[in-house]
Design a protein around this ligand. Structure first.
Ligand SMILES: Nc1ncnc2c1ncn2[C@@H]1O[C@H](COP(=O)(O)OP(=O)(O)OP(=O)(O)O)[C@@H](O)[C@H]1O
Length: 302
């Protein structure tokens, strides 16, 4: 059963159409990611789902509720991660939890939540004295305090170090295991690949594809990449002329050959014909990064 339904969503800021006809449905218990480069319209999309922005077209339902019409009811069902600036500096962790739990009919046991998020020893600490990772974990705790059916997490791990990022991913998986559906905005490939059951790839306000991370990769799977250091100088054109090869590029002392079919055999055979051997040869799998480039025509970092 779809718990979030977004149908042909349109949102404009003046002349600029930030979200242009985006549709997707999130099933109960899924971790559903929205992946795209800066300015793609990810935050605008989830803010419409959260009822924080008024859409200009299309329809949205969260547990059957129109976020624009029934904001009060939505608040009880949907937990949103706070922006850092939304908490007063001097509020302690315990005070924040107490205050936010009072907003909900059926709040979670916030002491247990702090325990899960490893914040119990910070109970009396003021918000301004928390580290980046602790602030992030507190914002997740506050998103979950109302026992939501759906949690919306925007740029969950931005600013965290790699270990804190991995810990947060474990935590999110644990939350999903408790039956919470998660809508996650990210521009980290690794996060999307590790955490999300399905992804909506958005670029310039438009939906490019929806699939599992593996499904997105499979769409471009026939592309392979081989890297090696040739033992002697070699004219690129020799390899580029092979029917299996789509491109040849130099990366330092290495050649990077992409192509399809039995690329490895074709390249190695051709090298042998020219009495060249391939040192440090590596065959690289297509990654979600590659799939993203193939689908959008650009890299997430552009
Ligand atoms: N309040 C606003 N007023 C005018 N334009 C806005 C506003 N909010 C966002 N935009 C523009 O709408 C587009 C989409 O922004 P949005 O924040 O939804 O993208 P995003 O994919 O979340 O990007 P990021 O990863 O950088 O947060 C951008 O071009 C942005 O500049």
């Amino acid at each position: 059963m779809a718990i979030i339904e977004v149908d042909s969503l349109v949102k404009r800021y003046g002349d600029h159409t930030a979200v242009d006809g985006v549709s997707f449905a999130v099933e109960q218990g899924e971790i559903f990611g929205i992946l795209g480069p800066n300015g793609a319209g990810k935050t605008t999309t989830v803010e419409c789902v959260e009822g924080l922005r008024t859409r200009d077209g299309g329809a949205i339902r969260v547990c059957g509720i129109d976020p624009q019409r029934d904001t009060g009811e939505l608040r009880q069902l949907l937990g949103a991660q706070l922006q850092e600036s939304e908490l007063p500096d001097k509020l302690t962790v315990g005070e924040a939890m107490e205050l936010y739990s009072s907003f909900y009919r059926e709040s979670a046991d916030w002491r247990e939540l702090l325990d899960t998020l490893r914040l119990t020893d910070k109970l009396g600490t003021q918000f301004r004295r928390l580290s980046g990772g602790q602030k992030q974990r507190l914002s997740i705790a506050l998103a979950l305090i109302g026992n939501p059916k759906v949690a919306v997490l925007d740029e969950l791990t931005t600013g965290l170090d790699p270990q804190a990022r991995r810990d947060t991913w474990d935590l999110i998986e644990g939350i999903r295991d408790h039956g919470v559906t998660i809508l996650l905005v990210t521009h980290f490939m690794e996060e999307a690949e590790r955490l999300c059951d399905r992804l909506a790839v958005i670029d310039s306000g438009r939906l490019v594809a929806i699939d599992s991370p593996a499904g997105l990769v499979a769409r471009v799977d026939d592309r392979q990449r081989i890297r090696f250091r040739p033992s002697a100088p070699l004219d690129h054109a020799v390899l580029a002329a092979l029917p299996e090869v789509t491109s040849v590029a130099r990366a330092g002392s290495q050649l990077v050959v992409t192509g399809t079919g039995n690329l490895l055999l074709a390249v190695v055979t051709e090298l042998a014909r020219h009495h060249v051997t391939a040192a440090d040869l590596r065959v690289e799998q297509t990654s979600l990064d590659d799939a993203f480039v193939a689908l959008t025509g650009r890299s997430l970092d552009d």
